[in-house]
Design a protein around this ligand. Structure first.
Ligand SMILES: Cc1cc2nc3c(=O)[nH]c(=O)nc-3n(C[C@H](O)[C@H](O)[C@H](O)COP(=O)(O)OP(=O)(O)OC[C@H]3O[C@@H](n4cnc5c(N)ncnc54)[C@H](O)[C@@H]3O)c2cc1C
Length: 412
């Protein structure tokens, strides 16, 4: 297991405390890929699973620093929320990506699939890029700049389908996030900001990632500045924008037997609208079948999902002072509904899962529970509601609204 990415809330809080003094230097140093990654926080897995809330990071940063001193840091923390909100309003971008991954695996010519496997195994023959692929497989992490270079290499040099590159990242990154991953890959490919692609350049590696050039120069000519040109990537499905789905932001009073569903989109149940709930039981799930057969996740990734879920459940057990069970099921919907029935629940409450694997479960879970006479009540954090509502268009208008909000927060 990589020790760089904290996977329990206690580790995450410790890592955040250690990184906090560095946030004022972040803007000047973040782009450099350093050994040990001391210039970036390594908090992405903790943030992705919400072992740590973005709100906590933002508030504690603004308690110590003026907004203008830490704007870059806050901006990056908010990029993830921007992507989340953007995808909440365009859920089909996620489902279409998953569908395309399956389709491409079935229909691509054999030679191209063999190339996909070789490049993803770090056997492309381009030494710098192969070092990045191996680093990802071995540690479950890549610095943001390395993610950009490697994704660009995949799309614009190897000319392989972006969907399968994004799938390789999704299977190995410990912070794999349906929004940040899918949308960053689309951005590199030129789909997210139409006509704007990101091109890998050897000179950029020399400046920011020379460690990747230290392991021999074989094949690196393929990323020479004058050689790399943008590949034209076409949108397969139309991107349809919908209104932000509405959820409750406060939990209505309940008198019956209530259970809490803890899931990996939000593992800090002791904070926010659900903290005041009085459940008789709490449950989360892990599913080897879904992880291995459905998403083909790496062993390291599956292990990390188990670790974060155990941590979330242990804290929920302590906070709510009730039983907390880990449902191990081939079908999470069946496992969770069996738990709800066995516990004699009248209502299951949860933070609203976001677009992605957890969100995909909701329609079936709701109908299964309703079939057993059990209500499913989903609550969205008020700050998510606000921040997601800013993500209707591009990042620039988002950041204008967000920075205004953060300045107001600081003034208050
Ligand atoms: C092709 C590609 C795929 C990516 N896939 C993911 C992914 O699956 N999950 C994921 O969390 N991030 C992803 N990112 C964004 C970014 O690379 C990582 O969040 C960051 O490298 C995590 O390291 P850190 O925590 O040390 O970042 P820091 O620099 O310390 O940043 C602090 C936090 O801000 C957020 N953040 C920083 N940069 C970005 C960014 N560019 N986009 C979105 N959020 C950001 C993260 O939550 C991060 O933990 C991807 C980027 C690219 C180019």
């Amino acid at each position: 297991m990589s020790s760089f990415e904290p996977l329990t809330r206690a580790e995450a809080l410790e890592a955040w405390s250690a990184f906090m003094p560095k946030v004022v230097r972040y803007a000047g140093s973040r782009n450099q890929v350093q050994a040990g990654h001391g210039n970036v926080s390594g908090l992405s897995a903790a943030i992705r699973f919400r072992l740590l809330l973005e709100d906590e990071i933002i508030e504690q940063t603004l308690e110590r620093h003026a907004f203008h001193e830490v704007e870059k840091w806050l901006q990056e923390v908010c990029w993830r929320r921007y992507w989340k909100g953007w995808l909440e309003m365009r859920p089909a971008v996620w489902t279409n990506w998953r569908r395309r991954v399956d389709w491409l695996r079935k229909h691509l010519p054999k030679e191209m699939l063999a190339r996909v496997e070789a490049v993803a195994a770090g056997e492309s023959g381009v030494a710098s890029m192969d070092a990045m692929a191996r680093e990802l497989i071995e540690t479950g992490y890549l610095h943001n700049h390395a993610r950009m270079w490697w994704a660009s290499f995949w799309v614009h040099v190897e000319r392989l389908p972006w969907e399968l590159g994004a799938d390789f990242f999704f299977r190995h990154l410990l912070d794999a996030d349906p929004a940040s991953n899918t949308l960053s890959w689309r951005w590199v490919a030129g789909l997210q900001t139409v006509g704007k692609t990101y091109l890998v350049r050897r000179s950029n590696l020399e400046k920011y990632g020379s460690r990747y050039l230290a392991g021999g120069d074989a094949g690196n000519g393929r990323i020479a500045d004058e050689v790399v040109t943008a590949s034209v990537v076409k949108e397969v499905d139309e991107v349809v924008k919908k209104p932000l789905p509405k959820y409750l932001m406060e939990l209505p009073e309940s008198t019956g037997r209530v259970g809490v569903w803890v899931h990996a989109d939000d593992l800090v149940l002791e904070k926010g609208a659900l903290a005041g709930c009085a459940p008789v039981s709490v449950a989360g799930y892990v599913s080897e079948r879904v992880y291995r057969d459905g998403y083909r996740l790496s062993d390291r990734r599956i292990e990390s999902l188990r670790t974060v879920m155990h941590d979330g459940l242990a804290r929920a057990r302590a906070h709510f002072e009730c039983a907390a069970v880990m449902v191990e099921a081939d079908d999470p919907v069946e496992g969770l509904s069996n738990w709800a029935v066995e516990q004699g629940l009248e209502e299951v409450v949860a933070y609203a899962p976001m677009v992605g694997p957890m969100g995909d479960l909701v329609p079936r879970l709701r109908s299964r529970l309703e079939g057993c006479g059990i209500r499913l009540t989903l609550v969205r954090r008020a700050s998510d509601e606000l921040v997601f509502s800013f993500a209707g268009a591009g990042f620039f208008p988002f950041w204008q609204k967000m920075s205004r909000h953060l300045n107001q927060l600081q003034a208050a």
